[in-house]
Design a protein around this ligand. Sequence first.
Ligand code: F6P
Length: 359
Amino acid sequence: MKIAVNTGGGDAPGLNAVIRGIVLAAHRKGWEVYGIKYGYRGLIDTKQIVRLTPESVWDITNIGGTILGTAIKGDPFNFRVEKHDGGHILTDISDSIYSNFRALGFNALIAIGGDGSLRIAERFMKKGMPVIGVPKTIDNDIGSTEVTFGFDTAVNTATEAIDKLHTTARSHDRVMVVEVMGRFVGWIALHSGISGSADVILIPEIPFNIENVCNKIRQLTLLDKDYAIVVVAEGAKPVGGDFTVVEGGKAGGEVRLGGIGKKVSEEIRKRIGKETRDIVLGHLQRGGAPTTFDRLLSLRFGAAAVRFVEAGMFGMMAALQSGEIVPVPIEEAIGRMKSVQMDSDIIRTARSLGISFGD
Ligand code: F6P
């Protein structure tokens, strides 16, 4: 057996641990593993294919990023080709990628990626490529799995940052507004905000009213708490308003979110006259060593993906459900974005703790 593995989309802590899980599990079966570098680029320019042996993955579990490199703008079904006049065209190069995959004698592709990359994997599956998916993203927005790897590390990074902001906020009687990642869902903001004792958490699933946010801060002052921590998901939006995007910015072919933290901070300052500061945690949340939870989850996903290949479960994705790694159809997982549910325990907990969502 010859297995190909690639990593696509934005990086997430744990990618290398998944690769290690795959390589070691496959090696024990006597299979060969090859890394396709930069998403699918290695199947266009085959010099970008590397043999992965146990020696090449011995000590990568704790290393962030991906040894294979990743690609955000490499969708083979809409491949961007630059023109001499400075413009570009989008073209479908999936047939040549598929025929290279076959010509190189691969028996399976394990695609590690977020919803965009898994969507591409699913399209290749429909072309006949035997594909297994592994769900990656710090945003935790992929359906059918309780959690994606990378999320726990991002939440830890954000929580540590929020912890540090408490002391400076308190010393200066300031309102500190922290913008965290998460795209169109509020998982990172919610988990880090609750764990980091935030006063207000703004998430895309609950459009906010800025006056309610200000009222919460005013109430704190009445209780002699003259500082406040406001955690804002990059996808948070006001009631009746839209997402705040970075001008001209694209993330994975979609709009790049960012800037809502600054807006919220300025509004609070104007409305209640308190000194505010805003901070964007940005890509810090994607970097660094994965937590123990993410390492273990990633190794389990990698080892399970190899078992799924052996069982011929193509079109399936490794998912965490009730503590076990199980196969679920990729199509089902990418079919629905996993957003925060209003009646969930985590939302109810936040409300019981007196955290305001600005609603
Ligand atoms: O999907 C992961 C993520 O980090 C999002 O939280 C964020 O919106 C986006 O990627 C940023 O993408 P880029 O690396 O292109 O700036």
